[in-house]
Design a protein around this ligand. Structure first.
Ligand SMILES: C[S@@+](CC[C@H](N)C(=O)[O-])C[C@H]1O[C@@H](n2cnc3c(N)ncnc32)[C@H](O)[C@@H]1O
Length: 396
């Protein structure tokens, strides 16, 4: 394995547990290293060494080298294939620690699980793998085989060309996927392979949806009419129906009518919901103009910013959305506001909701604040991998 000497900045980064390096962090030139090569990083001032992979094609404003693990003391070499299989097995067993996560979960969450650029979602009948870095892409066949040995279900590669662009990775033709069978919080779904988004399912809100069920189960009366905005397969609304809310309307611009209706059927909830294929903002304007009211509104939009520069527009988007939602909320309605925008903190998101309430003349009472599920591990709220926020309120 190639050995590279770290510069003082690189060494200091590794000593402070940073996982990403740039060109200036190496004494050696990395220009001619083939994309995705795994290397040993060391410094003449220390007997410690680390292992990672390099992609010199990455623009310098981004990290071109990843740090994955430290090299065991005394070892002079390292076998990536063995390390990768160990990381997969460890990640799988960590998911098995929690009831329900065995049936389906985000099985691998990139750097947080030890391999930058590898995302895996696990379902009843398949696992779906997304690879976004050249260092991991070198082992795509190995990962596919090792994963199905560990889980006992077939594993499929589902590349996302947009994410792979940054690493100049080729786009392979995606393998045909089966329809995905999903169980989360005792709710069942079956998703057609041709409509799935991301790696299949938004497991990131599992704990928040459990909390929604708990909240509804502990209320002395049930909200009568629910609304699930940006519903995808209907997960938030289905959790509310499971907890006894009699009726939920689902809204998404995607072709998801069949998925939502099918989920109602699978869960014995036929005739308890309606799907509207529409732009949410348009739907909200129409519903406001008809003076419609809902007692439970579940709002889980897509990310509103793709870079930190887009943050002001994202906050404006949330403000517009939250104000419209509040206009539809009946007195004492329960509203859940969620965000998956990386660049917006819990504080900023909360303030956005409070400002919207003040502008709409609504008094709000915070019931719950939540983060991503335990299959999206982070070490603190400031962790780069932390992105989910979910806040539940009563609107007076
Ligand atoms: C983060 S996902 C929602 C996940 C979903 N709430 C769940 O828990 O599984 C965002 C969804 O919003 C939909 N979407 C994005 N922009 C939209 C818009 N302007 N109007 C309606 N749906 C939209 C996408 O089709 C996608 O299904």
């Amino acid at each position: 394995m190639r050995k590279l000497q770290l510069s003082r900045t690189g060494f200091n980064k590794l000593k402070s547990h940073q996982k990403e390096l740039k060109v200036i962090d190496f004494e050696d030139s990395i220009k001619s290293i083939p994309p995705g090569e795994w290397c040993i990083y060391s410094s003449p001032t220390s007997d410690e060494a680390w292992v990672g992979f390099i992609n010199p094609n990455i623009q310098d404003k981004f990290a071109c080298a990843q740090v994955l693990t430290s090299l065991p003391k005394g070892a002079s070499t390292f076998e990536p294939a063995i390390f990768i299989k160990e990381c997969l097995a460890k990640a799988y067993h960590k998911r098995l620690m929690f009831k329900g996560y065995d049936k389906g979960s985000r099985l691998f969450y990139g750097t947080s699980d030890g391999l930058t650029g590898l995302i895996i979602d696990h379902f009843e009948n398949a696992s779906v793998i997304q690879i976004n870095t050249a260092g991991i892409d070198r082992y795509r066949d190995h990962i596919q085989k090792a994963l199905s040995e560990i889980t006992g279900v077939p594993a499929f590669l589902l590349d996302n060309a947009k994410y792979r662009e940054k690493e100049s990775l080729p786009s392979f033709e995606n393998e045909p996927l089966p329809d995905l069978k999903i169980i989360e919080n005792d709710v069942e779904y079956s998703l057609r392979s041709d409509i799935i988004q991301k790696v299949g399912f938004y497991y990131d809100h599992r704990e928040n949806r459990i909390q929604l069920q708990q909240l509804l189960n502990r209320m002395t009366f049930k909200p009568d009419k629910g609304l699930d905005l940006f519903c995808y397969a209907g997960a938030w609304g289905l959790n509310a129906l499971k907890a006894g809310v009699p009726w939920v309307e689902f809204v998404d611009q995607g072709n998801l009518q069949e998925e939502v209706m099918n989920a109602l059927k699978l869960n014995g909830l036929v005739d308890r919901g309606l799907f509207h294929r529409n732009d949410v903002f348009k739907f909200l304007d129409e519903a406001i103009s008809k003076n419609r009211k809902f007692d439970l509104i579940l709002c889980d939009p897509p990310a509103f910013a793709k870079s930190v520069q887009q943050k002001p527009q994202a906050l404006e988007g949330y403000s517009k959305l939250h104000r419209k939602v509040m206009r539809l909320a009946s007195p004492l309605a329960i509203c859940t506001f969620s965000s998956c925008t990386h660049y917006i903190s819990h504080e900023e998101f909360q303030k956005n909701i409070l400002d919207a309430a003040n502008k709409e003349g609504r008094k709000i009472r915070l019931l719950y604040c939540g983060m991503q599920g335990w299959d999206h591990p982070v070490s603190s709220l400031d962790d780069k991998a932390n992105y989910i926020k979910s806040y539940f309120y009563i609107l007076e």
